[in-house]
Design a protein around this ligand. Structure first.
Ligand SMILES: Nc1ncnc2c1ncn2[C@@H]1O[C@H](COP(=O)(O)OP(=O)(O)OP(=O)(O)O)[C@@H](O)[C@H]1O
Ligand SMILES: [Mg+2]
Length: 489
């Protein structure tokens, strides 16, 4: 059918261990304690995907990945590894990196609109409880029903306030909207704004297809999201990455099992994704991970311990690189035991002992064979990286950003008329007329048109703008609406 793509050397144990690009969409796991070599392993995989024309996405949690843009050289650990593995044709090389940054300082700005993110993920970002999330879903629904666009955080704030102020009128059609929930949402919105929520939401929103580029040499772009600052709000970080995954899921067509993935997505600090997660969201994540494979997306979770990841998700991660774990406490020992048991046993290898003994850049490796069966686990030295382990200088960095084909696409924000502007105009107008507030019976009992009356002529001015939003919702509906509007709880 499609041409064979050369296998990726991951490391060398009793023999050389290769990851088959055909199996790369069966997902993976890179685990290990701090300083054991996870980031270098991620980098080595990313380089080799890129070299085969496969774009990748990763978050740069510690700010130690920018050197991927330039060739390495003379790093003692790297030259030592080249020698240990006897890699005769090893060459250094830089890769086509595209830098992204929610705060717009360390790369192209990257944003989502509030409505794209949907009530479920927004509720997660805001740490809302179940009742409050229910109210958030209603806020989205009322906005949808009235053609009010939710683009940025001030739209959401205005909309929440509008719904709160008119809770009595909305009650018949939408159900109870308690002032306590509205108050909690408003407080959490303030916290989010302090954490940089203003940067996160707005337009132009990311077109996820911009991740899926190749350079003039046919190499996949290496998309690096600056995450040092973002990590100060771990929930925002994890939810934003989840949204990126959901976008990939929704935008990419079905491709079955291709010769190589369309993109590989590394989810670093993956434990954050699963921390105190609601069952609904956990199920959805499990669903996304399961279904995204046939869209040609490989997801690689990077975390300290495999036990950070729910069993149902862990069971789907076919390609595994387990670096050393420490076993100081009884709890650690249990984790080591459990991690050891996730591998297909190798009679010649005591995985439990090995996990505790592994050196830096050494790992227990089990990759899927051509039939999709996990190979027997082997203790291996991970291949060395080709790019530089030193950071880019400020000059090198800004040159890359400015020469990027995407430069200019996201740099300037646009603020078109949306919920905030429309609700503001409405408030100004009714203040000017000093008209009494709309009477409840005019509004209630008449469903949608009643609410539209409440908004007066302003809903019409929004009508031109809703086309795209409605279109998106229909698309989401067809694709199963993983995190979109409408699904509550
Ligand atoms: N495969 C490798 N080849 C050569 N050197 C390696 C390899 N893996 C790790 N090293 C060396 O070990 C150092 C630490 O590795 P790395 O940064 O990947 O650890 P980590 O597990 O990501 O740590 P942290 O949890 O602190 O982020 C690297 O800077 C490099 O010098
Ligand atoms: Mg690291």
């Amino acid at each position: 059918m499609s041409t064979q793509v050369s296998p990726i050397l991951v490391g060398k144990g009793t023999e050389e261990l290769f990851l088959s690009p055909r199996m790369a969409n069966r997902h993976g796991l890179i685990a290990g304690a701090t300083g054991t070599g996870k980031t270098v392993t991620l980098r080595v995989l990313a380089e080799q995907f890129s070299a085969r024309g496969i774009p990748v996405f990763m978050a740069d949690i510690k700010g130690d990945l920018s050197g991927m843009a330039k060739p390495g050289g003379d790093h003692p650990k790297v030259t030592e590894r080249v020698r240990e593995l006897g890699l005769e044709d090893f060459t250094y090389g830089g890769f086509p990196v595209v830098f992204w940054d929610i705060f717009g300082e360390r790369g192209h700005p990257i944003r989502a609109t509030v409505s794209e993110m949907g009530p479920l993920l927004i509720s997660r970002i805001l740490s809302l409880n179940e009742t409050q999330s229910g109210v958030m879903s209603l806020v989205f629904k009322i906005a949808d029903d009235n053609g009010l666009l939710l683009l940025d955080i001030k739209d959401l704030r205005a909309m929440v306030r509008f719904v709160g102020d008119n809770a009595a009128q909305f009650k018949t059609e939408y159900g109870n909207i308690s002032p306590a929930s509205i108050g909690a949402i408003q407080r959490n919105l303030l916290v989010l704004e302090e954490q940089g929520g203003d940067y996160l939401f707005g337009e132009p929103a990311l077109d996820i297809m911009d991740f899926l580029q190749t350079d003039a040499d046919g190499r996949g772009t290496v998309n690096i999201l600056a995450a040092e600052r973002l990590m100060q709000s771990p929930k925002v970080y994890a939810t934003f990455l989840l949204w990126l995954l959901a976008e990939l899921f929704e935008q990419l067509p079905e491709v079955g099992d291709p010769a190589k993935p369309k993109i590989v997505f590394f989810f670093d600090e993956a434990h954050l994704l699963f921390e105190d997660l609601s069952q609904v969201l956990e199920d959805r994540i499990e669903q996304v991970v399961r279904l995204i494979r046939s869209k040609g997306v490989g997801v690689y979770f990077v975390t300290q311990n495999p036990l950070d990841i729910p069993d149902k998700v862990l069971g789907q991660l076919g390609n595994r690189v387990q670096h050393a774990l420490r076993a100081f406490t009884p709890r650690d020992q249990k984790a080591v035991q459990a991690a050891a048991q996730t591998f297909r046993t190798n009679p010649k290898l005591d995985t439990k002992t090995a996990i505790m003994e592994l050196g830096v850049g050494e790992a227990l490796v089990s990759l899927l064979d051509e039939k999709g069966t996990p190979a027997m686990v082997d203790r291996a030295l991970v291949a060395p990286p080709r790019s530089s382990l030193t950071l880019l200088t400020a000059d090198e960095f800004s040159r890359i950003v400015q020469r990027s084909l995407l430069f200019g696409t996201y740099e300037k924000t646009i603020d078109r008329e949306s919920a905030y502007e429309i609700l503001k105009k409405k408030a100004e107008l009714s203040a000017a007329e000093s008209a009494p507030p709309p009477s409840p019976e005019r509004v209630t009992g008449r469903g949608r048109s009643g609410t539209a009356d409440l908004l007066g002529a302003f809903a019409k001015s929004a009508a031109h703008a809703i086309g795209s939003q409605v279109g998106r919702q229909i698309i989401r509906g067809v694709l199963g609406s993983i995190f979109g509007s409408g699904k509550q709880r």
